[in-house]
Design a protein around this ligand. Structure first.
Ligand SMILES: *Cc1c(COP(=O)(O)O)cnc(C)c1O
Length: 396
């Protein structure tokens, strides 16, 4: 059996997305900036894709620019908001400790450029509250950037509340919605979101393409200089096939959110219940405020990487949850942020589902994972120390 449960890392492209793209590779291959009709056909496709995306997000087409993905959209959102703040003498930014590195590393750069960054705690549940954001806002706060759903543990933040708060306090609000877009209902106007990043390959679209929503009136700063594409805010010939594929995948995903939620939630909960039966294990992140498909566990006494290799041999494709390259000794910053000690954070497993996953696959996971955890524990000196009482167990 082959079980792909790494959809938070990337998804298989949908038939709809592939079919939408092919004509723009084979036939309508013009440059949308060309004035002839081949180019204009591509330009029209671009406009249509923008309309489709805007409709699904509840914004206007001209409030969206296309980027090379979520990372670029995050970079541009933060840099733009920082520049806007700086002009008004506001150089304070609020974010959280468990953001994606595309946000955290950009914030590091802004810090080096003289900005002050407050990273909010996300507690053991992996959540921030609007009250905590409110308490951190100062006179000189330029931006609040809080991810919609966490990519490692799947917890969902109170975005509408934080949006309303930021709007009332006159602070720009950005959300990295890469894990949420196409998976939960988003309405940027109703939720008072000023800037939002998304990425196609997390909702069955192609890799290397994404979008940045910036509310009308927010002046974006270029991170890529050159031609006048994307209203002069993002240079480079648009990746027309990828953009068309993203729009098709997004429209399809957004139209199926309720069905997706109803299908996946019971499978996810079954996984959680089953894995909690493993002794000295723990679910990472809040039990219910989470994406319909994301489950992340820690198993005490084992290494997540070793578990992944054994799972791979059983045809199960999962992740430890941390994006860091294998071989890195640093445990996940997300698991540390929710208070897992280093030795526990090393024993993590993320299973991220999509609608293609079946009941049979869940049963297979719940047979194989407990067996492999026992197998690894029996070989682990750390586990022996715990069992012999040389060290106390951290997880119950
Ligand atoms: C995947 C991901 C990104 C990066 O998106 P890319 O398109 O791969 O650059 C950013 N933020 C989150 C939360 C993600 O899950």
């Amino acid at each position: 059996m082959h079980v792909y449960v790494d959809n938070a890392a990337t998804t298989k492209m949908s038939r709809t997305a592939i079919d939408a793209m092919l004509p723009y590779m084979e036939t309508h291959y013009g440059n949308p900036s060309s004035l002839h009709s081949v180019g204009q056909t591509a330009a029209e496709a671009l406009q249509q894709a923008r309309n489709t995306m805007a409709q699904a997000l509840g914004c206007e087409a001209r409030e969206l620019i296309f980027t090379s993905g979520g990372s670029e959209a995050d970079n541009q959102a933060l840099i733009s908001a920082a520049r806007i703040g700086e002009k008004k003498g506001k150089k304070h930014i609020i974010s959280t400790r468990f953001e994606h590195h595309a946000v955290l590393h950009t914030l590091k750069k802004l810090e080096q450029a003289g900005f002050e960054v407050t990273l909010l705690d996300v507690h053991e549940h992996g959540m921030v509250t609007a009250e905590e954001v409110a308490a951190a806002i100062r006179e000189d706060t330029a931006l609040v950037s809080i991810m919609y759903a966490n990519n490692e543990i799947g917890t969902i933040q109170p975005i509408a509340e934080i949006g309303a708060l930021c709007r009332s306090r006159g602070v720009l609000f950005h959300t990295d919605a890469v894990q949420a877009a196409g998976h939960v209902h988003i309405d940027v106007k109703a939720q008072n979101i000023d800037l939002l990043s998304l990425s196609a390959h997390k909702f069955h679209g192609p890799k290397g393409v994404g979008a940045l929503y910036a509310r009308k009136g927010i002046v974006l700063t270029n991170v890529i200089e050159g031609g006048a594409q994307e209203r002069g805010k993002r240079a480079g010939t648009e990746n027309v096939p990828a953009i068309v594929g993203m729009a098709a995948a997004f429209a399809e995903s957004c139209s199926r959110i309720d069905q997706y939620t109803n299908t996946l939630t019971p499978l996810r909960d079954q996984l959680i219940e089953g894995l909690l039966r493993i002794p000295h294990s723990a679910l990472n992140g809040d039990r219910t405020h989470r994406l319909p498909g994301t489950v992340n566990f820690c198993f005490e006494g084992i290494e997540g990487e070793a578990l992944l290799l054994l799972l791979d041999q059983k045809g199960i494709y999962a992740s430890t949850g941390s994006a860091c390259a294998s071989g890195s000794l640093d445990p996940s910053h997300v698991l540390l942020a929710i208070g897992r000690p280093h030795e526990v954070a090393h024993g993590s497993l993320r299973l991220s589902l999509c609608e293609a996953n079946t009941q049979e696959e869940i049963s297979y996971l719940l047979t194989v994972i407990p067996e492999l955890v026992s197998y690894l524990r029996n070989m682990s000196p750390a586990w022996r120390d715990l069992c012999e009482g040389k060290k106390p167990f951290i997880l119950k």
